[in-house]
Design a binder for this molecule. Structure first.
Ligand code: FMN
Length: 329
């Protein structure tokens, strides 16, 4: 049984990766009902939380049915991160997660996210202050290192464990790789092979099918996996992987009716939660995957991603349902 503090997560938990503008409550709701064992919010700026910025505060919303749920924060100032950790804890999550992996310039070049991989001592001090500031378990999400010449993930994991983090998720790329090239999970095996490590180590990077999940689980010995991009518009991936682990067989993908129903549910919640404009906008990245494999879908996709009217999008989805009824994927 994999545990983070007192939270029991099953034998091999599947985590929904924190993703900015993606892993919001509407998307988390559909991932939860399709088998995600642990989910995280989008990353939240510590400075935004302290200044009470509306965008940051809204990201603190967590619901009981989502549990266990972690709130993720990022920042480069130890004192701000400590304060933000307490603000986040007050929102009632089960876990507080620290983002040490974001590679984008505006974050990493200020020393936040993956930027802190250039200063491991600061990473350890910041984490230590946050662990002391909150009562809930603290977890970390990071990358292998800044670049291929500075991969110290075995040492980093050990030091963070020693100052009290209770699990780590490692995206098996360096900051320099951004999202390019292949994730290199051999370093995850090295972390797991360190006999001093006793906290759960979750692997992340490029898991996009049940077969790959099984292969990587068996090959690298991680305690669970975190899935990001493959879940966008395809929340069924969690149960499909679980089914494959349990039976060795592959589940048939969702039929059209199921895809339309889940897309509608996701859409309605998005509009309710973010308002019509932003709700519609943020749904757009999901349609391709919701309907991937449907031949001649393009004109409908174009209509879905250009409409600015909630009712109209629902009508397009109904039309998809009618026109493609019985289609095989
Ligand atoms: C659109 C997008 C937004 C992301 N936002 C975050 C974030 O807020 N916090 C974080 O730790 N990682 C973030 N990531 C990185 C993912 O959590 C994950 O580490 C990465 O996508 C690799 O996993 P995958 O190959 O399963 O997608 C983001 C990734 C994407 C594609």
């Amino acid at each position: 049984m994999i545990k983070i503090g007192e939270l029991e997560l099953g034998e091999f938990p599947l985590l929904l990766a924190p993703m900015e503008d993606v892993s919001d409550p509407p998307f988390r709701a559909v991932c939860k009902s399709n088998g995600a064992d642990l989910m995280y919010t989008e990353f939240i700026s510590s400075e935004g939380l302290i200044r009470d910025a509306a965008k940051s505060v809204q990201k603190l919303d967590v619901y009981d049915y989502e549990r266990p749920i972690g709130i993720q924060i990022f920042g480069n100032e130890i004192s701000s991160m400590r304060e933000a950790a307490s603000i986040a804890e007050a929102a009632g999550p089960d876990i507080l997660d620290i983002n040490y992996g974001c590679p984008v310039n505006k974050v990493a070049c200020k020393g936040a996210g993956a930027g802190i991989l250039l200063d491991i001592d600061k990473m350890v001090s910041m984490t230590s202050e946050i662990v002391k500031a909150v009562d809930i378990p603290v977890t970390v999400k990071t990358r292998l290192g800044w670049d291929e010449n500075s991969i110290r993930i075995v040492e980093v994991t050990e030091r963070l464990q020693d100052i009290g983090i209770q699990a780590i998720s490692i995206h098996a790329r360096t900051r320099k790789q951004m999202y390019k090239g292949e994730a290199n999970w051999k370093y995850l095996a090295e972390v797991k092979n360190n006999p001093r490590i006793h906290i759960p180590v979750f692997g992340n990077g490029d898991i996009d099918s049940p077969e790959k999940a099984r292969l990587y689980r068996d090959q690298y010995g991680v305690d669970g996996m975190m899935i990001g991009r493959a879940a966008i518009g395809y929340p069924w991936i969690f149960n499909e992987i679980k089914h494959h682990f349990a039976t060795g067989a592959l589940l048939e993908g969702p039929d059209l009716e199921e895809r339309v129903a889940v897309a509608k549910r996701h859409l309605d919640f998005s509009v309710e939660w973010k308002g019509e404009k932003l709700g519609l906008l943020e749904m757009r990245r999901h349609y391709t995957n919701y309907f991937r494999g449907l031949p001649h879908f393009k004109p409908y996709r174009t209509a879905l991603v250009t409409s600015e009217d909630h009712k109209e999008v629902l009508q397009i989805l109904d039309e998809v349902s009618r026109v493609f009824a019985g289609a095989a994927f």
